[in-house]
Ligand binder design. Structure first.
Ligand code: ADE
Length: 205
């Protein structure tokens, strides 16, 4: 089983994700587990603060080394028992761009994952150095946080793991050069005067 531990300030954003469709089934089949952890629970500050203004000035706030480091250490402790490689990924617009090949590599790497979702202006750079963190971006735009990005990453990786999708769906995907799917149609054979191509009609069951 591949384990994902997601570190976030917005745990509610994952409630539907883990309870829906293919991801839900992959969890039920014990192919993956997804644990969502609130970084704030590791804050020892009396106001449970997790962010401060950046040194040197500038707008916004930066997530500080603590409590994030404590959340990471706790996750490592949980995953160490499995004696699998642990990959720590920070979702960031600065990271390497996620594509099919990277998702496939992650799906096949037999690692467990800690995914860090930043907010505000990002996280303290020393965290990235200290834990040799990989930075991954899901596109050339800036989101308000890494939560959606981590869901995109998990979705694209999990669906490539053996046993998650039917053999047929994955084979078809690779036969069509991964991304270049052809147009699809289903019943009815005519919609507002638009007909399904004849060649497909003669082949349907
Ligand atoms: N966090 C904010 N923007 C992001 C992006 N484009 N990709 C990944 N994480 C992000």
């Amino acid at each position: 089983m591949t384990k994902f531990i997601v570190l976030t300030l917005f745990t509610n954003m994952f409630e539907e994700f883990v309870n829906t469709s293919i991801i839900k089934r992959a969890i039920e089949k014990e192919i993956v587990s997804i644990e969502v952890v609130d970084i704030r629970t590791f804050s020892e500050d009396k106001h449970r603060r997790v962010d401060f203004p950046p040194y040197g000035g500038g707008s916004g706030m930066v997530m500080s080394c603590e409590p994030l480091s404590k959340a990471i250490d706790d996750s490592i402790k949980k995953l160490e028992k499995d004696q699998k490689k642990i990959k720590i990924i920070y979702l960031s617009p600065r990271g390497v761009l996620l594509n099919y090949n990277l998702s496939k590599k992650l799906a096949e790497s037999e690692s467990n994952y800690i995914l860090i979702c930043g907010h505000y202006e990002g996280i303290d750079e020393r965290i990235i150095e200290e834990y040799h963190i990989e930075e991954i971006s899901i596109g050339d735009y800036v989101l308000t946080g890494g939560e959606l990005a981590s869901e995109v990453l998990m979705d694209s990786v999990i669906r490539l793991m053996p046993g998650v999708l039917s053999e047929g769906s994955l084979n078809e995907e690779s036969h069509t050069n991964q991304l270049l799917e052809y147009p699809q149609y289903t019943k009815p054979s005519e919609f507002r005067g638009r007909k399904v191509p004849e060649v497909l009609l003669s082949r349907s069951s």
